[in-house]
Design a protein around this ligand. Sequence first.
Ligand SMILES: *[C@@H]1O[C@H](CO)[C@@H](O)[C@H](O)[C@H]1NC(C)=O
Ligand SMILES: *[C@@H]1O[C@H](CO)[C@@H](O)[C@H](O)[C@H]1NC(C)=O
Ligand SMILES: *[C@@H]1O[C@H](CO)[C@@H](O)[C@H](O)[C@H]1NC(C)=O
Ligand SMILES: *[C@@H]1O[C@H](CO)[C@@H](O)[C@H](O)[C@H]1NC(C)=O
Ligand SMILES: *[C@@H]1O[C@H](CO)[C@@H](O)[C@H](O)[C@H]1NC(C)=O
Ligand SMILES: *[C@@H]1O[C@H](CO)[C@@H](O)[C@H](O)[C@H]1NC(C)=O
Ligand SMILES: *[C@@H]1O[C@H](CO)[C@@H](O)[C@H](O)[C@H]1NC(C)=O
Ligand SMILES: *[C@@H]1O[C@H](CO)[C@@H](O)[C@H](O)[C@H]1NC(C)=O
Ligand SMILES: *[C@@H]1O[C@H](CO)[C@@H](O)[C@H](O)[C@H]1NC(C)=O
Ligand SMILES: *[C@@H]1O[C@H](CO)[C@@H](O)[C@H](O)[C@H]1NC(C)=O
Ligand SMILES: *[C@@H]1O[C@H](CO)[C@@H](O)[C@H](O)[C@H]1NC(C)=O
Ligand SMILES: *[C@@H]1O[C@H](CO)[C@@H](O)[C@H](O)[C@H]1NC(C)=O
Ligand SMILES: [Cu+2]
Length: 595
Amino acid sequence: MKLSRLAFLAQAFSAATVYSQSLTRVIPNWLISTGIPTGIIPSFVTRTQDSSASPSVTACPGNAPNKRAVWCNYSIDTDYENVVPDTGKTLEYWFDIDEVTISPDGFARPVMAVNGTIPGPTLYANWGDYVVIHVTSHLERARNGSSIHWHGMRQNYTNQNDGVVSVTQCPLAPGQTMTYRWRAVQYGSSWYHSHIGLQAWEGVFGGIVINGPATANYDIDKGSLFLNDWTHATVDELYEFQHQNGPITLDNGLLNGTNVLGTGANSTKGSRFTMKMNQGTSYRLRLVNAAIDTHWSFMIDNHSLTVIAMDLVPIKPFTTDILRIGMGQRYDIIVEANQASIAENFWIRAIPGASCALNYEATNIEGILYYGSAPQTPNTVGYTLTSSDTDCLDMSMTDLVPYLAKDVAAPVWNKPENVSLNHLTGPFFWEMNSTSMKISWENPTLGQIYNNKMNFTASSGVIELPFEDEWVYLMIKTTLPVTHPIHLHGHDFSILAQGTGSYNGSVMTNNPPRRDTAMLPAMGYLLLGWQTNNPGAWLMHCHIGWHIEEGFALQFIERYDDIKSLIDYNELQSVCEPWDAYDTSANITQIDSGV
Ligand SMILES: *[C@@H]1O[C@H](CO)[C@@H](O)[C@H](O)[C@H]1NC(C)=O
Ligand SMILES: *[C@@H]1O[C@H](CO)[C@@H](O)[C@H](O)[C@H]1NC(C)=O
Ligand SMILES: *[C@@H]1O[C@H](CO)[C@@H](O)[C@H](O)[C@H]1NC(C)=O
Ligand SMILES: *[C@@H]1O[C@H](CO)[C@@H](O)[C@H](O)[C@H]1NC(C)=O
Ligand SMILES: *[C@@H]1O[C@H](CO)[C@@H](O)[C@H](O)[C@H]1NC(C)=O
Ligand SMILES: *[C@@H]1O[C@H](CO)[C@@H](O)[C@H](O)[C@H]1NC(C)=O
Ligand SMILES: *[C@@H]1O[C@H](CO)[C@@H](O)[C@H](O)[C@H]1NC(C)=O
Ligand SMILES: *[C@@H]1O[C@H](CO)[C@@H](O)[C@H](O)[C@H]1NC(C)=O
Ligand SMILES: *[C@@H]1O[C@H](CO)[C@@H](O)[C@H](O)[C@H]1NC(C)=O
Ligand SMILES: *[C@@H]1O[C@H](CO)[C@@H](O)[C@H](O)[C@H]1NC(C)=O
Ligand SMILES: *[C@@H]1O[C@H](CO)[C@@H](O)[C@H](O)[C@H]1NC(C)=O
Ligand SMILES: *[C@@H]1O[C@H](CO)[C@@H](O)[C@H](O)[C@H]1NC(C)=O
Ligand SMILES: [Cu+2]
């Protein structure tokens, strides 16, 4: 290796330990000491985060601030479940999964992140566009496999691009590149994240914005606003303690990747999330809960929030002061900047749900909305939390009315799943119907289906749905005092019943809330229904990072007979073969559920 390159690397190393928004990829120690042939050296780059990066795609003509319902020749009234604009466009993105040291709250720690930033670069597309993403992993030092899941994206007949290790692919080995291809058949706000181990919560995530029509007007789109909890040790380091002992207190939280760290020995300067608004202007924000184990109540002092979408489903606008958002969920909100006469600065608050989340900085996860020329410390007072906020529940079902009404028919398949723990002291494994998922990175479900395997083991958590375009219902119940955000891949489900205590048998079939993630209340039930119109192996899981690691997952094999023809086996093998070789040479051990 040339000396100049080594000097460059050394410089990069020291730069990486200093907090700044500029990022440097950490070069694996073995690379420096052994001098590997240049061909496999990851391209080394220094980047500056451009927080003002503008969308790379433009809105359809006609979609003006006072006409957000319009979208080219389509509109908010178009039935997006059946009609998708033919834009004739394919967008191509390149993602690098890096290991970097950054200090989102002023406390330096190693993270894994897409293109070295938290959140990673936002993926923009227009409704109907095709999207191609080339993902390259540089996780040599951690010796991690990787993958990217496009959360909430329908993956209509493109199951193999869902990015779930052990189900739709093998882990992507360090140094390898894999390409995902899918079409944006819905519009709105979502996010992408790694779907192996706890890697998403080490920092591998970012926003997805699919432009389309909306159910209310607004002037300016402010983009994604991520709500994360945050730890100073890595979540991989914390996992074993959590696994043995149960819930742990997290160190902090971040608004769009930044915060300060309050008092005490570890206090830092960090920096608060700030957002400038002009009196008389309205703003769209795309809230995403990307936490490992925190349900949030979000509010902006003295401002009300108009909610226009839940996950990727537009809803009839409703107004609230406090918005509860579970892990994996999204809400699109409009904020009317109309309070400049009261103050110049207002707190934006993300408050952890007291009965389900522990955080040392619970009252300090705050940003600043300011009307003046620069942000100053606000002295405003927050709205009062209700018991639903502290109990980590979803917004009321009666508020969440899909704009495009869809009624639910009787099911051909209707079964319960009982959520429980293997035993009440650690190590903890979550079970559904007494089974904790345990599947293998090297042996993804799609490969097994391609090879005609029929007999899945109990711990693979497989439920077969061989029905074509029929409704199926799944009742998830628990007697334990823990809430869980339940997420399904490949579909939006309808929420037919949701509550605490015993279920009284009522089923809401008349345009119920429809989305991809919903809360199972503590000691409660959640009845979900969806239509089997998308062949594939689709994961359903709790979106609490610890819980998926501990086996809280099922996989629905929807229309087995229709899946095989959708599999590109060469492509599957092009990720599995390098992984198998890497796995053997690096002596990797899988300790978790596999997803
Ligand atoms: C909209 O409709 C017009 C007339 O039907 C057609 O010429 C045009 O290509 C359409 N535009 C789009 C974006 O679909
Ligand atoms: C999903 O894919 C199927 C098969 O290609 C197609 O018939 C259907 O129209 C697609 N649905 C949407 C919403 O694009
Ligand atoms: C990510 O970083 C790579 C390498 O610098 C760059 O080519 C690519 O455009 C970046 N991707 C995005 C989405 O910004
Ligand atoms: C990733 O690397 C970390 C640190 O080496 C390790 O603790 C963790 O188990 C790895 N995760 C996966 C999914 O391999
Ligand atoms: C949050 O960060 C993302 C990614 O950098 C950016 O696109 C978005 O505009 C930011 N959101 C706000 C509200 O500033
Ligand atoms: C400081 O941070 C370290 C690492 O996360 C933690 O172990 C320690 O308890 C923290 N100390 C205080 C006073 O918060
Ligand atoms: C601002 O909000 C606080 C807390 O909700 C409330 O007490 C106060 O009256 C509000 N101020 C105005 C001028 O509305
Ligand atoms: C789960 O167990 C219950 C009770 O034994 C049973 O009725 C149900 O069919 C099982 N669920 C599935 C999906 O097999
Ligand atoms: C469901 O799980 C609870 C423990 O959480 C257990 O007491 C109960 O018997 C289980 N019910 C069924 C039908 O398995
Ligand atoms: C499962 O099926 C495979 C062939 O598909 C067969 O070789 C194997 O013995 C079967 N295992 C069990 C436990 O039935
Ligand atoms: C059952 O519960 C639902 C929702 O809590 C309620 O609306 C309905 O009136 C109840 N039905 C009966 C028969 O008690
Ligand atoms: C491989 O890993 C296992 C478990 O982590 C360890 O017991 C074994 O010694 C390792 N083997 C080699 C050759 O490093
Ligand atoms: Cu859970």
